[in-house]
Design a protein around this ligand. Structure first.
Ligand code: ADP
Length: 291
């Protein structure tokens, strides 16, 4: 059900009149309650709901969507409005009829679109963003930083190690790992590309016309290899995707795939615990043995 207060809010903010009886729940998201609803004009509206104190997550998602949309290289839902309505935080955006496509041509379009996104560089030349956001439910700090080595070690790995320590888990060799990663990244010439930031298979799809769609981002300017690395961690991308991407940019180097995915393993440990700790430990040892 869509509460009447939400229907009224959306009409006042956007002029869109929902048909609440058409609402259906969507699964696949990890954080929010999601509904896809038809409007009187035949368009679709995608609504997310969460507890009221989570409104800043929606504000950050709106800014991330705006930034991705500003490139014009790939379809990204248009954010409409977000607010606390009654006892919930609500976020309304353009709804898209998503379709799964694993054929090679579709995968190629996606790979090519991602490479185009990565060609969009930070206007200031800095890494980070003008806003902080979240990776899953975890805060993700994005202070504007000149050095990628500083940005990634401090705001990605060290930040997650500190979160783990606040939950009484200390990773072995964390300091040595941070120093080794910093020194490795400092030796490279890395461009500040616009990243989706949370690019697993569950956050990409296709519209009815077959155009690729990106959603649920954790956007910032960073090393494009960080996005690519994450596509390998949980899968969901076909050979055509990588072939098309490689025609514009090289694949991620194996050691940096491990470095960049360590961030996500640490985050998964901080969110879900369990075997992610041992996976992160073995990545740490592998990186130290390689660098
Ligand atoms: P969460 O923030 O909880 O992770 P998502 O943004 O991933 O939620 O959305 C949950 C599911 O809803 C996605 O897996 C996708 O299938 C679908 N979805 C996401 N955005 C849209 C949209 N704009 N229009 C239609 N469906 C969407």
């Amino acid at each position: 059900m869509i509460p009447q207060a939400v229907t009224e809010w959306l009409r006042e903010e956007t002029g869109i009149q929902l048909r609440p009886s058409t609402a259906r729940s969507l699964s696949g998201g990890c954080i929010n309650e999601a509904r896809l609803v038809e409007a009187e004009d035949g368009s679709l509206v995608f609504l997310k709901f969460n507890q009221r104190h989570q409104l800043p997550l929606f504000e950050a998602e709106k800014l991330s969507l705006d930034l991705l949309r500003s490139t014009g290289v790939i379809r990204v839902p248009a954010p409409y409005c977000h607010a606390v309505i009654g006892d919930q935080a609500a976020f309304a955006m353009e709804g898209i009829r998503l379709t799964n496509r694993s054929d090679s041509a579709s995968q190629e379009t996606m790979g090519s679109a991602l490479a185009n996104l990565h060609q969009s560089l930070s206007p200031s030349g800095e890494f980070g963003a003008d806003f902080d956001n979240h990776i899953g439910a975890t805060p993700q700090p994005n202070p504007g930083t000149e050095s990628w080595a500083d940005f990634f070690t401090e705001n990605r790995l060290e930040y997650q190690f500190q979160l783990a320590e606040s939950r009484c888990h200390k990773f072995r060799n964390a300091r040595a790992l941070l120093d080794a990663v910093h020194s490795h990244l400092s030796s490279l010439d890395i461009a500040p590309s616009l990243l989706h930031g949370d690019l697993w298979g569950g956050n990409v799809s296709f519209d009815e016309g077959g155009a690729p769609v990106l959603f649920d981002p954790a956007t910032y300017f960073g090393d494009r290899e960080a996005d690519l690395a994450f596509t390998h961690l949980f899968g969901g991308f076909g050979p055509g995707f990588y072939e098309a991407y490689r025609s514009k940019f090289p694949e991620v180097e194996p050691v940096r795939e491990t470095i960049y995915n360590l961030y996500h393993l640490l985050n998964h440990f901080n969110l879900f615990g369990g075997s992610y700790a041992s996976q992160a430990e073995s990545s740490i040892q592998q990186i130290l043995a390689t660098l």
